[in-house]
Design a binder for this molecule. Sequence first.
Ligand code: ADP
Ligand code: DP6
Ligand code: CO
Length: 353
Amino acid sequence: MGNEEETWVVMKTARAPSNIAVIKYWGKRDEKLILPINSSISVTLDPEHLSATTTVAASPAFEKDRLWLNGKEVSVEGVRYKNCLREMRARATDVVIESSGKVIRKEDWNSLHIHIASENNFPTAAGLASSAAGFACLVYALAQLMGVQEKYEGELTAIARLGSGSACRSLYGGFVEWKMGQEIDGTDSIAVQLAEESHWKDLVIIIAVVSSRQKETSSTSGMQESVKTSPLLKYRAEMEKAIKSMNFTEFAKITCADSNQFHATCLDTSPPIFYLNDTSRKLIGLVERWNRHAGEPQVAYTFDAGPNAVMFAKNKEVAAQLLQRLLYQFPPSADTDISRYVHGDQSILESAG
Ligand code: ADP
Ligand code: DP6
Ligand code: CO
C-alpha cells in the first residue's frame, strides 16, 4: 500500500440523534465494558435539532486513525474510540467501491486507517447527550463503510455502548430501553425499541437550552463519584407500562421523580455535583405549580447531566401554552437565554409566536 496507484478514498456519512433518558443510567458495574448498574429508558430526539453528523473515510494514504470533532482535531487514542474501532474492524466484510469496482478485502480493514469528522448541531458536553449521538453515529457510519451486518439484533448497540453508555439507545428511534444484561462480556447489555416514533402522537417534547457551556463534571466521572442507593429499579416496570398505554399522568410522575432522584444522587455525591442551575430550578417550579393547579400532570421535565431541560407536554395545546409561558417568563437577558427546540411538529412553535 502507499504506492501511486493506491490513492483511493472511500467514505460514508451518517446522522444520529441524541436521546434523553426518562429512567436514567447513572453508574457502571464494569468501567471498561461500560455495563450499567440498572436498565434505563429514553426517548430518541429529533435529528433536525439534536444530532451528530459523522463522515468516516478510509484510504491507504492515511497514516493513522484521526478524529475531528466540531472542526477541531482531538485524540482518537482514548480507549472508547479504540474499542469501537477495534470491534468494527473485527466485523468488517469485503466491500466493493462502486465507482471503481475495487474490492476492499475483509482483512484489509485491519491495516487501513480511518479518518473521522463529526459535527454536533447542538451543544457538546452540556448535558444533552452529545456522547450518545456521537458514538451511535460513529458506529453506524463505520458499519456502512465496512459493510458490517449485525449477527444478532442489537449487536451494533453493544458496540456503541463501548463508546458511551447512553449511545446504545440512539441507534433506535422512539422509546428505547437499554437492558442492563447479565453476561460478563456485555453481549446482552443492548438497546431494544419499546415503542416506535409514531407510537405516542400527542406527546410533544420541548428542549429548553439554558446554557450551552461545557459542564464541569463529565457524565463518566460524575457517575463514578456517585454512590448509588436510590431504589430506581422498582420504577422501571411502571415506566414501561406508562409508555405502552400512553398514560401521561404516570409517565410524568415517574419521569420527574427519576430526574429529581438522579440529581439528588448527584448532590449526595462527595464532593457534591451540581448539574442544575437557577434557571433549571425555576423551570421545575413553573411545571410543578402548573401541574398542581391543573390537578393532574400536564407537563413533565427531565434533566440529564447538565442544566438544560427536556419537557414533555401532554398534547399540542399544552405544548403551545408551555412555549408561551417560556417566552414570557424567560425573555432573553444577560444571564438567561433560553433557546427552544420542539421535537416533531414545528407548527406549535409558530402558533406560540
Ligand atoms: P453529554 O452530556 O453531551 O453527553 P458527556 O460528558 O457524556 O456529555 O460526553 C461528552 C464527550 O462525548 C465529548 O467530550 C466527546 O468526547 C464525546 N463526543 C461528543 N460528541 C461527539 C461526536 N459527535 N463524535 C464523537 N464523540 C463525541
Ligand atoms: C445523565 O452515557 O454520557 O445522561 O457511559 O460514561 O459515556 P458514559 O456516560 P453517558 O451518561 C449519561 C448519563 C445521563 C443519563 C442517561 O442518559 O441515561
Ligand atoms: Co453523555
